[in-house]
Each structure stands twice: as C-alpha cells, then as structure tokens.
Design a binder for this molecule. Structure first.
Ligand code: SF4
Length: 249
C-alpha cells in the first residue's frame, strides 16, 4: 500500500483492510473483487492484485506465515528488492540494508558525491550498516532522506551536514540519476491512471455495460476508452461477462 503513496493516505485503508483481513490466509481466501473493493482511495490497483496473489502464496507455500528472509520474501508477487529488505529489517530484525529513493539520495550526496550504480549503492549501504541495530540505522537513513535530504535538500538544518561530502566538495547534485532515486510521478489528473480508477470505482458494487462505462467517461475519445478497458482486462482487474464488465473474481 505504501508503494508510491503517502503514509497519511494509507492509514485509513490499511486499518479497514486489517479489520476485514486480519491474516494473510483470510485475504487469500477472499475473492479479488473483495480485495479491490477495500482498495478504495489507494490507486495503482495492480498492487491490490499482487497483494492478493502474495497472500495466496503465503497461505499455500509458507503455511500462512509471512516469510522472514529476503530470498523467501522475493518469491511473493509484487514484492521487489526494497520491500523485501524493508520487511526483513523492520518486521524481522534481519541484518540487511534497506535502499529506497530516500536512502539513494543520502548515499549519493553525503557519502559518495557522485552518481551511484545500483550495485555500488547496495555495497555502500551494507558497508555502513552497524553490527547491531540495523533496523534503527535503516530507519534513520530513510528519515534523513525523507525529512532533510529531499530533492530540494535542507542542508542548513541537516544533522549530518558536517559529514556530508557533497556539501563539503560541491559540484552538480549527484542524486537525480543515482540508483534507487525515483523520477517524479506523472501527472494524475486526466491520465489513464485516473480513468482506470474511475472505471474500477464504478464497478465496485455492480457490473456495468460498455455503454454505461462510456457514459461515465463522457468526453474521453473512443480510442482512449478502449485502451483503458483493455489495460484493465489485461491486468486481470476486471472481466467481461456477456455484455457487461465486472470486477475480477
Ligand atoms: S547536508 Fe544536505 S546534501 Fe548532505 S546529507 Fe544533509 S541534506 Fe543531504
């Protein structure tokens, strides 16, 4: 839920989700349509499908328990390198380094003062990891990147400013093209992402014909309308039943 979404937007849906699905198995046993209904307000619906598939993998391969090691976590649909390391560190206190867009910026600026490839950034993150307290260290790096070393850094207030190589040596900002540092998100309003969300919201409680969906997306040209429907069908988020569309079961 937190991928590309602010924590403040996730808290409500997260609590609602946990009340309905208190265990991975309860989520795995539900239909995808039920999971999509609870996803309201979060967007990026492919994540809901991946989460449902991950819950099924946890139920079927890990006896209903979320695995604790990075290799096992990476077997779960939708779980990439960052999420696997974050869960292993914060939920299971494993000795692993977490590398996300915030940490990527801190490493490129404060430690290297040059653009970092992924392997270099990972090696650097592991070299910095203390022998004990890895989770607290990872959290500090994430917070440093989120609160001070942002895309427009607040160096004057930064607690590590006197150790920062970029601040000391100067030069072009090394962060933007470094490993793990994400590009700005595309504009949401008017995007296909927004239209996909509208279609899914309208199917939350009942199926709809193509004509009803076209009315809902009034003003959108036919080519784009078809593109949105096809992408939702291809992603397995909706399905066609005779002349109607419904949430995938
Ligand atoms: S001093 Fe500035 S560039 Fe260096 S780590 Fe702090 S916020 Fe980032």
């Amino acid at each position: 839920m937190l991928q590309q979404t602010q924590t403040s937007r996730v808290v409500g849906p997260w609590e609602r989700f946990l009340r309905r699905f208190p265990t991975p198995t309860s989520c795995a046993d539900a239909s995808l349509a039920d999971v999509l209904r609870l996803w309201e307000g979060l967007g990026y619906h492919r994540r809901a499908k991946a989460l449902h598939a991950a819950a099924k993998t946890i139920r079927d391969r890990f006896n209903g328990e979320v695995p604790s090691s990075v290799p096992d976590l990476l077997e779960l649909p939708g779980v990439g390198d960052y999420t696997a390391h974050a869960v292993a560190s914060f939920a299971f206190d494993q000795h692993v380094a977490v590398l996300d867009t915030n940490v990527g910026r801190v490493l490129a600026r404060a430690i290297a003062n040059r653009t970092l490839r992924r392997a270099e950034a990972k090696t650097m993150a592991y070299e910095l990891l203390p022998r004990s307290g890895a989770a607290a260290f990872n959290q500090s790096m994430l917070d440093l990147g989120a609160r001070f070393c942002t895309s427009s850094p607040r160096c004057v207030e930064c607690p590590v400013a006197r150790h920062c190589r970029w601040r000391r040596d100067g030069g072009a900002d090394p962060a933007p093209k470094s490993a793990g540092v994400s590009r700005p998100q595309s504009v949401f309003v008017g995007s296909n992402r927004q239209l996909r969300g509208k279609v899914l919201a309208s199917l939350r409680h009942s199926s709809r014909t193509e004509r009803q969906l076209a009315t809902l997306l009034d003003g959108v040209d036919r080519g784009r309308f078809d593109e949105v429907l096809e992408s939702l069908l291809a992603d397995g988020l909706i399905e066609r039943k005779r002349s109607s569309f419904q949430l995938a079961q």
